[in-house]
Write a protein that binds this ligand. Structure first.
Ligand SMILES: [Fe+2]
Length: 134
């Protein structure tokens, strides 16, 4: 099922919210592809995108946290490292087994969890903190 970006996911920093919206779009297009039974063809493309995305997007957030001396920075960054690790694992599964059905399921679950747990809770908590600094 598609997950739509709503204000519940808003961090309040334009650049970050645009990057999050892009992640939602990518996730939803994988879901669409799955409905058309083309998910396995697209999963490699999503993992390629995410490989670059996590590096630049996490850097943006982490430099914001450093600039504003965010007290939750360490815990937040450790979630980033966990997700980056999950992606590396998925990537190596892809390299070893190819785009299997299992890989597709694991990728879906991992990204969905990221959207509804990290963005919805951890990133919006950072956003709320940043609002108090303005
Ligand atoms: Fe984050």
């Amino acid at each position: 099922m598609a997950v739509l970006w709503t204000q519940d996911y808003a961090v309040g920093v334009d650049l970050i919210d645009r990057q999050h919206q892009e992640l939602f779009r990518r996730f939803n297009s994988l879901i669409e592809a799955c409905k058309e039974r083309k998910g396995r063809e697209q999963v490699a493309g999503l993992l390629d995108f995410l490989g670059g995305y996590v590096i630049s997007h996490f850097q943006e957030e982490e430099s914001l946290m450093a600039a504003h001396q965010y007290p939750g920075a360490a815990a937040h960054s450790s979630e980033h490292r966990d997700f980056a690790g999950q992606l590396r694992e998925l990537r190596s599964h892809l390299d070893v087994e190819g785009a299997s059905f299992n890989l597709l399921i694991e990728t879906n679950e991992s990204v969905l969890r990221w959207l509804i747990q990290h963005i919805r809770k951890t990133d919006t908590a950072l956003g709320a903190f940043l609002q108090t600094r303005r």
